[in-house]
Design a protein around this ligand. Structure first.
Ligand code: FAD
Length: 469
């Protein structure tokens, strides 16, 4: 590869000031967990779809590969370059225009680099709801959300990013532009290209824009915490909540006692309204009726749960600020964990009914194999997604512990996930972290089909090579 000629071509594509080569590029080269640090040939920051296409064509002409990046909040090492110094890091963050909001069609068409929280606000300003919500929403981009098929806290009611997307615009590996942005809810004209690119983690093409589904804003939204003695009670509370609130139940998160203890340790200023209990559930109820009737229904649910001894205590937020504080508590767990030190993360999905048995069995197996390890357990129980994370024993250097035991810990956890008919990647994707796991655990037929798709769409393997497959 002629590096100087490639840099000239990239400068011609996007302008010299948007090609960064040399200097400190760690904001793009180091991932959020500070686990993967790569070396880019250059960071390129296009401002339009045409510029993205020109960058891809320049890379193709000079035999370079590309790593797309949005907010760099991914947790599986998929959005940073490798350490070869030969990959072009394509940052989409300058592409942050809202292209159109169609209130009658309930759609929002936006550039891929728009920050999720900005889009939630854009929808809210029009009296509408974009129901994709995750703790990284202040920095992740909608392109990254779609490339990873992000989940978050409202999947129970509204589905993953995939369910919230009606169309995409994509720059292909050849540098052509596919415009599939029509905001149609019905379109059976052959293979679903949109769904192929969603969740492909930048390995099939660059998402440059999307048309998103909006929903009406609920008239009332209420949040509560409830204390449970064990996970079986949490699952029973979920069933009771679903039967009483139906689709009004928009969030059902669980937090293990050690997860909240870490928040107390690292963020002591955050109020925790309930006394410590083995499990704390965060429930959210959204209703199209008024606040008073919603509150009456919500409180009746919690009273029934107390009467049935599913919970031992509960607290309903009295204001929007209190509700935000409860969510902040839940969303501070990943940050508290990284303050505590390196850890082994498992983002797993299981049938909800299998979760209590899975956790009991796997906790015991891990504690027997690695005495003193600390289990940080929390997640989106409502849709069967647990963040089942492992922290080194107190006082043990985390790096050394993980270096020696990460593989063994993963084997115990993922074997148990497989035995319970679950998935080893629920919402974070595969990236670099779980590539070997995918090769080992996905069925040979599925892998063959995935490789055939990659070969057809990116035969030169220029799009985020070494990730996913
Ligand atoms: P990046 O990290 O920049 O990239 C992620 C992947 O997508 C990479 O493979 C990259 O190459 C590719 N990519 C990015 N943009 C494009 C594009 N335009 N076209 C093609 N490929 C692209 N995730 C959840 O699903 N649910 C959660 O609840 C959740 N909570 C989180 C909490 C915290 C505190 C943090 C730090 C992360 C959390 N995540 C969660 C993970 C992360 O926020 C999501 O994966 C998010 O969707 C990534 O968006 P991003 O813009 O930061 O993408």
């Amino acid at each position: 590869m002629n590096r100087a000629a490639l840099l000239d071509a990239l400068r011609a594509a996007v302008g010299s000031s948007q090609v960064l080569a040399g200097g400190d590029l760690s904001a793009w080269e180091l991932d959020w967990r500070k686990r993967w640090r790569g070396k880019a040939l250059a960071v390129v920051r296009p401002g339009s779809t045409a510029e993205v296409a020109a960058v891809v064509q320049a890379c193709a002409a000079h035999g370079a590969s590309l790593v797309p990046q949005g907010g760099n909040t991914g947790l599986v090492g998929g959005g940073v370059p490798d350490d070869s110094g030969t990959q072009v890091l394509l940052s989409l963050t300058r592409m942050n225009r809202v292209r159109a909001l169609d209130a009658a069609n309930l759609t929002l068409t936006v550039d891929a680099g728009c920050v999720l929280q900005t889009l939630q606000q854009t929808a809210a300003d029009a009296g509408l709801l974009l129901p994709l919500s995750l703790a990284a929403e202040g920095s992740c981009t909608i392109g990254g959300n779609l490339a990873t098929n992000a989940g978050g806290t409202q999947v129970l009611r509204y589905g993953n990013a995939r369910e919230l997307c009606l169309g995409l615009e994509v720059v292909t590996a050849d540098g052509e532009v596919w415009n599939g942005l029509a905001g149609l809810r019905k379109d059976n004209t052959g293979y679903d290209l949109r769904d192929l690119f969603i969740g492909s983690e930048g390995t099939l093409g660059i998402i440059t824009a999307a048309t998103l589904k909006l929903h009406p804003q609920p008239a009332a939204s209420l949040t509560a915490l409830a204390a449970c003695a064990d996970l079986k009670q949490c699952v029973a509370l979920l069933a009771l909540s679903q039967s009483r609130l139906a689709s009004g139940l928009t969030g059902f998160e669980v937090m293990g006692d050690f997860a909240l203890a870490l928040v107390r340790r690292h963020f002591p200023h955050l109020p925790q309204p309930l006394a410590a209990s083995p499990w704390t559930v965060l429930l959210e109820f959204a209703d199209s009726e008024g606040v008073d009737s919603a509150r009456a229904r919500f409180e009746a649910l919690l009273e029934a749960a107390l009467e049935q001894a599913l919970i031992s205590d509960a607290a309903v937020a009295e204001s929007i600020a209190q509700s935000a504080a409860l969510w902040h508590l839940r969303e501070s767990i990943p940050l508290a964990q990284s303050e505590e030190g390196l850890n082994v993360k498992h983002d797993i999905a299981l049938p909800v009914s299998a979760i209590p048995e899975f956790v009991e069995h796997t906790d015991a197996a891990l504690r027997a194999a690695y005495p003193g390890i600390r289990l940080v357990n929390f997640g989106h129980l409502g849709d069967g997604n647990l963040h089942y994370n492992v922290q080194a024993p107190e006082g043990t250097p985390a790096g050394e512990f993980l270096g020696a035991h990460e593989h063994g810990i993963n084997r115990i956890v993922y074997d148990a996930v497989q035995a319970h008919a679950g998935s080893f990647s629920a919402e974070h994707g595969i990236g670099a972290l779980k590539r070997d796991e995918l090769a080992e655990r996905k069925s040979p037929v599925a892998l063959k089909l995935m490789r055939a798709i990659k070969q057809a769409l990116d035969p030169q393997n220029r799009m985020n090579p070494g990730r996913v497959l």
